[in-house]
Design a protein around this ligand. Structure first.
Ligand code: DAH
Length: 361
């Protein structure tokens, strides 16, 4: 006990001499830890007589408190110094230019679907969807394409292995089955478009086994060919952005429409390039017709009461024509250079309200 002052000042100078948090912690354990020098002296108090113990105990507590206070002060000094050192070492140079970010693009097919949807939304159409894997009934039979009908062969259908009941599902060959699914689900009036994937076993510069179509269906009381023509003329002019675009309805045949018409737009091929709008040439862009009464009846609609029109177009085809993309296969190559050239900046998307009034579309 006699050398308490000496021990105390020795410990206090060790505290001052500690240059790191770790060194300071070692000093603390050596002094105040369970087996530290001060703690051991505390234990010695037990063997003293009461008078002596009181005086020695008070002295020891003063020393203990002053050591603890010194350690605390030293600790906050050391932490502040460590933080200062880090702040100096890790300074950020805010004048450095940022690293370049790759700019994302919207695929021309996505963009084209958005444009088509925006134009028809303006005319009051809503978007409907259906499954890619279809039953034979929805893909063919309900659309008035019965077994053995030659149109079935033209579709180059992908068949799936037979189900438990022996029936083979198909990858839908067109978006037309969604006409049937919609008419089964809702009562007239109907005004839908159906953008989606379609599949045919065909692969060359102008055909891909997976491609996209957009179907349209309008059913109501008193719908006639004039509605079909007006609707599709407006669509073609809005989509291609040519106000006086010539549009021609050419008689055709589809099992699900009667009468049927293919729709051509005016163009010219003078000078090698294709120019849509003027000229004396024609380009087929979609199929259409008045919904066959048999199809209405198949869906439980009364053909005496309701009439309607339908149409279907290939998304790749109209995208190639509008944006001058020469090869269909490039749509699916995932080539970033191609995307940079033909892709669209996302914030440039067509507004629904830009449909018929011009705007971005
Ligand atoms: N489903 C036809 C096809 O894939 C396109 C089509 C033609 C759809 C006439 C229609 C339509 O709705 O009325 O070739």
């Amino acid at each position: 006990m006699q050398n308490l002052d000496a021990i105390s000042s020795e410990i206090l100078s060790a505290v001052d001499a500690a240059e790191t948090i770790e060194a300071l912690e070692a000093v603390r354990i050596d002094a105040l830890g369970k087996k530290g020098r001060v703690s051991l002296m505390m234990r010695e108090l037990g063997g003293m007589d009461p008078e002596e113990r009181k005086a020695a105990g008070q002295a020891l507590n003063v020393v203990k408190d002053s050591i603890a206070a010194a350690i605390e002060t030293r600790q906050s000094d050391l932490s502040r110094a460590a933080l200062d050192a880090r702040l100096t070492a890790e300074a950020i140079d805010v004048s450095l230019p940022s690293r370049p970010e790759a700019e994302a693009r919207l695929h021309p097919l996505s963009r084209t679907i958005e444009e088509v949807v925006a134009i028809f939304a303006e005319m009051g159409f809503t978007v409907a969807e259906g499954p890619d894997i279809e039953s034979d009934y929805y893909n063919f039979t309900a659309l008035n394409i019965p077994e053995e009908h030659p149109a079935r062969q033209e579709h180059d259908t992908f068949y799936l292995p037979p189900d438990g009941d022996g029936r083979r599902k198909v990858l839908r060959t067109h978006t037309s089955p969604v006409q049937i699914r919609t008419m089964e689900a809702v009562e007239p009036p109907v005004r839908i478009i159906v953008p989606g994937r379609t599949y045919r076993s065909d692969h060359d510069a102008t055909h891909s086994p997976m491609f996209h179509q957009c179907e349209g269906l309008v059913i109501g009381d008193g719908i006639h060919m004039g509605h079909l023509k007006g609707c599709l003329i407006d669509f073609c002019r809005a989509f291609f952005g040519v106000d006086d675009l010539p549009v021609r309805f050419r008689p055709s045949y589809f099992p699900f429409t009667e009468p049927s018409a293919e729709v051509d737009i005016g163009c010219t091929r003078d000078g090698g390039g294709l120019k849509i709008g003027a000229g004396d040439d024609w380009l087929e862009i979609l199929g259409s017709g008045m919904v066959n009464p048999r199809v209405l009846a198949n869906c439980g609609y009364d053909p005496e009461k309701y009439q309607g029109f339908a149409f279907g177009m290939g998304i790749e085809r109209i995208a190639m024509l509008k944006y001058g993309i020469p090869d269909l296969r490039t749509f699916y190559d995932s080539d970033l250079r191609w995307m940079r050239h033909y892709g669209f900046l996302p914030f440039d998307a067509p507004s629904i309200h830009a449909g018929l009034v011009g705007g971005t579309v």
